[in-house]
Design a protein around this ligand. Sequence first.
Ligand SMILES: NC(=O)c1ccc[n+]([C@@H]2O[C@H](COP(=O)([O-])OP(=O)(O)OC[C@H]3O[C@@H](n4cnc5c(N)ncnc54)[C@H](O)[C@@H]3O)[C@@H](O)[C@H]2O)c1
Length: 307
Amino acid sequence: MKILVTGGAGFIGSHIVDSYIAEGHSVTIVDNFWEHGGKQSNVNPEAKVYKVDIRDEAALARVFDEVQPEIVNHQAAQISVFISTQDPKLDAEVNIMGLFNVLGNCSRLGVRKVIFASSGAVYGSPDHFPVTEKSELLPESPYGISKLAGEHYLRDWARVNERTYTILRYANVYGPRQDPNGEAGVIAIFIKRFLTQQQVRIDWDGNQQRDFLYVGDLVRMHQLVLSAGDNKTFCVGTGIGTSVNEIYEHLAAIFEYRPEITRAPKRPGDFYKAYFSYSKAQTAFGWEPQVTLREGLRKTVEFFRNQ
Ligand SMILES: NC(=O)c1ccc[n+]([C@@H]2O[C@H](COP(=O)([O-])OP(=O)(O)OC[C@H]3O[C@@H](n4cnc5c(N)ncnc54)[C@H](O)[C@@H]3O)[C@@H](O)[C@H]2O)c1
């Protein structure tokens, strides 16, 4: 199949690209190589790459004309909750207007299916656990709002154009290639601090819980939804909440070293607890996470050690 992956030079997108190429698909990447996002070193040499911003209507249309993809996997986004609180307009320009540009080209060229990287941020601060696809949607940041708006626009696009979509609401994804210098991705940030023997900053009280999903498990989900899960929305998590303090302890055990901890207040847009049920995806096409947190952390540490 001809698949276009937006954001395919980024952390998650590049792993998806690798897996699609390994399965024999023809893959094109559109990425603007944003400073804390896409990297040339992530790019699979067998993929065709366009350095294009999804906000650039004319340039994006030229890519679609040349590639004529059958499936679009939309990963490109303004990914930072914090940046979205500081500059909600930028967030909307990329996550909403950029999505419009992608969907406009998909209608024009008869793209069969769009797979969308949504986020657990669409729920805000849930009060029942695990969070399911039916939990209340009350985003508490411009990022969560733009991802939720994107879900609605995509469903509407599929209905009006009689095409298909799959929406995946990711938990906190971690693994090799995650940017350790950004402000999101606590595991990559902590690993870099452990490796360089610097202080580790823990915000809030550190007992805030996240659902940490190894990128390889998410990639398997992306392989499955090429031919399953049409017109459905799925949470993608492990069903287990792990606190930031526990992540520190796991890494201290791996490194056999305890860097000094500095404390900082809660950051805007942050929420206290979230972990997600994967039973809908398990029932629909047999997906379940396979990599334990301990194993995933070891693989991720190994990657950064070799950098
Ligand atoms: N990492 C997580 O835990 C997580 C959780 C929930 C959802 N997501 C979503 O998953 C997707 C991938 O995130 P990631 O963690 O791999 O981040 P990432 O920053 O590594 O990947 C995003 C990619 O999009 C590119 N990009 C950004 N703006 C662009 C633009 N205007 N035009 C073209 N390309 C652009 C970046 O250069 C980057 O390569 C995003 O949609 C993100 O919102 C990630």
